[in-house]
Write a protein that binds this ligand. Sequence first.
Ligand code: KIV
Length: 265
Amino acid sequence: MERVTTQTIRKMKQDGKKITMLTAYDYSTAAMLDQVGIDILLVGDSLGMVVLGYETTLPVTMDEMLHHTRAVARATNRAMVVGDMPFMSYQVSVEQALENAGKFLKEADAHAVKLEGGVEITDTVKKLVDSGIPVMGHLGLTPQSIHQLGGYGVQGKEDETAKKMIKDAMALEEAGIFSLVLECVPTMLAKEITEKISVPTIGIGAGIYCDGQVLVTHDLLGIFEKFVPKFVKRYVELNKPIKKAVNEFIEEVREGKFPGPEHSF
Ligand code: KIV
């Protein structure tokens, strides 16, 4: 089975083939997603919210990201594994960014890293790419800037912010990113960016015209119950069969029905 690479991803855009990306944070889930043919597994810092229970992604550390990235990388044979650089692991200096991005590839077997931001991070992106580290960009709603943005709303609705996003996308392309996440962006702005840049766009709440789509797996599977953003399609409500199964276990243990002879030695 051939591994999905940055070249595969670029060619998919050229050939008009849609790219699929999902988040993964653990071995068993990553193995299932890889087996069914997902193109990219993002070890997103969303793990802070859906796995670790933080209110935002801000507290997530490099150690937490590397720990989960290793588990995901161990499970995959085909998917490209992208490690999400957590808040304050790349903003301090280009040197800090290079050292931490290197850890994703060297210590956690990721194939690329993702960074949030536009023009202000282009020197960092260039340095990483020049050092052999593929970079995925992320524009629109960038959750690490939640306190600056003032909420999880749609970005680029006004002329001025839309123009800035287009400028940011072009600057990131020039700096060498191999793909770009667009989060919570109006459909027609995402279309314009997708048509303007040669690297693939991967949308989440950014409409149908992006070159690919990404969702948080816990949202798609109906496991994360705290809130459901408008852009999420819950393909299944796994929380229900999980609770039902666990309820049955509790009852059977309490009633002395489990374990049965077939589970005993
Ligand atoms: O952290 C994450 O899961 C992400 C995706 C929503 C793109 O950045």
